[in-house]
Design a protein around this ligand. Structure first.
Ligand SMILES: [Cu+2]
Length: 473
């Protein structure tokens, strides 16, 4: 080797080793939603090695509806990554050999062109490595930025990276990872089977699904977030978009503190915080009373008709001063008012077997009845009568059909308890009405039986608002 070349080679090696500083090395812990890695306890910078994999896989976006998601780490949103301000990150992006598409990653926490996108462009069956230094603390979105970018994002390729400030974040009892996204399918909301991506709807910004954590119900029922009275909770809320801005709200809670847009500025006593597409927020609150706290995008049709609804179940002692619960329930009927009609946008499904009728009926129940009659049909004492082991229901299936078709008002007795309230007429198809009634009759200790669409059609003919005997109205 000629001397000049040798010098050049040595200085290159030196420059390289000067860049690879002497920081302790550790491998990052990555977690799938809604889990967040534990707070960082180090008081110094480290070199953090991240190994993330892009995977294309079919998962349920709603009951009976499948979608080919493109993911970081196999979940939507992708794995949560937590580093400390000043850390040097060595990022390994592997694209699973079964992928059909190349992918890359643009981390909003990166200072540098493309946020890592160009350096991480990876074909199926390959791994790319790039380095960055986490200069700015905050909660940042990452996403795939491979063309067509909108499509990669719309298929679920986004997640969150938290860069903890050097001094750490104030300690809380629980932390959760919740991220919204909008999805565009060829079929309408709820249409069964494997659904493909609809580019036209995406361009028009008219999603069929708007969901937290990748699916309708991803945070409901036994997958609800949990906490206890007296605890503090921090939600890391992200919005992958691709199109919609989220008006993030927890029904029945006030955020004591919000790190607005995931940055350093803290707003206090916030009811609803805006989370932009490609943005995030940290929301902290203390739980003072028990119950179900519903998380929504307060663009409210998204919550009740497109899936943007999650749940936090809080257990512990009541505090009747902070919240009394219902203390009275009376009928309020201004002159001339009629029973209201609730709209329903559910698609028509035709059950071919009793199993299908029960399955579709369960879905119709969750979408149309559960809000009042509750998840196990137990009702709410004094307000909504039980459908579980209901003597009123079992005594007369025709009357029950009329209740669902035409609504019900006036005093009734269910299992010895008096109710004097109003149920609005449910605007369901004959098919859905038959399904939901058959499901209810065969659940929660009821006597069984069938209601057919033909029977419903017949009752619909005879339709009018039922006012129970003895009613004053
Ligand atoms: Cu991609």
């Amino acid at each position: 080797m000629k001397p000049r070349k040798l010098v050049a080679a040595i200085s290159l090696a030196l420059a390289f080793s000067a860049q690879a500083s002497q920081l302790p090395v550790e491998e990052a812990m990555l977690t799938s939603p809604p889990v967040v890695p534990p707070p960082i306890t180090r008081d110094h910078a480290a070199k953090v090695v991240v190994k993330m994999e892009t995977v294309e896989k079919v998962m349920e976006i709603a009951d009976g509806v499948e979608y080919m998601f493109w993911t970081f780490g196999g979940s939507v949103p992708g794995q949560f990554l937590r580093v400390r301000e000043g850390d040097e990150v060595e990022f390994h992006l592997s694209n699973h050999p079964s992928s059909k598409m190349p992918h890359n990653i643009d981390l909003h926490a990166v200072t540098g062109p493309g946020g890592g996108a160009a350096s991480s462009f990876t074909a199926p069956g390959h791994t790319s490595v790039f380095n960055f230094k986490a200069l700015n603390p905050g909660l940042y979105v990452y996403h795939c930025a491979t063309a067509p970018v909108g499509m990669h994002v719309a298929n679920g390729m986004y997640g969150l990276i938290l860069v903890e400030p050097k001094e750490g974040l104030p300690p809380v009892d629980r932390e959760y990872y919740v991220m919204q996204g909008d999805f565009y399918t060829k079929g309408e909301y709820g249409e069964q089977g494997l659904q493909s991506f609809d580019m036209d709807k995406a361009i028009r910004e008219q999603p069929d699904y708007v969901v937290f954590n990748g699916a309708v119900g991803a945070l409901n029922g036994d997958k609800a977030l949990t906490a206890n009275v007296g605890e503090t909770v921090r939600l890391y809320v992200g919005n992958g978009g691709p199109n919609l801005v989220s008006s993030f709200h927890v029904i029945g809670e006030i955020f004591d503190k919000v790190n607005v847009e995931g940055g350093t500025a803290i707003n206090e006593n916030v009811q609803t915080t805006l989370v932009p597409a490609g943005g995030a927020a940290m929301a902290e609150f203390k739980l003072d009373v028990p119950g179900n706290f519903i998380m929504v995008d307060h663009s409210i049709f998204r919550a009740f008709n497109k899936g943007a609804l999650g749940m936090m179940q809080v257990e512990g002692p009541e505090d009747k001063i902070v919240y009394s619960g219902k203390v009275a329930e009376n009928v309020y009927l201004p002159e001339g008012s009629a029973v209201q009609v609730m709209p329903n946008g559910h698609p028509k499904v035709v059950a071919k077997t009793k199993e299908e009728r029960l399955l579709y009926g369960k879905r119709a129940y969750e979408a149309n009845c559960q809000a009042c009659h509750q998840n196990e049909g137990q009702g709410i004492p004094g307000a909504f009568p039980p459908l579980a082991a209901s003597d009123f229901l079992n005594a007369d299936h025709t009357r029950a059909t009329d209740v669902v078709l035409h609504g019900l008002k006036g005093p009734i007795k269910v299992n010895g308890q008096a109710y004097d309230s109003i149920m609005p007429a449910m605007r369901l198809s004959d098919e859905d009405t038959a399904n939901v009634l058959t499901y209810v009759l065969n659940s929660w200790g009821n006597d069984g039986g069938d209601v057919t669409p033909e029977q419903v059609a017949e009752r619909r003919e005879k339709g009018k608002t039922i006012i129970m005997e003895g009613s004053a109205h």
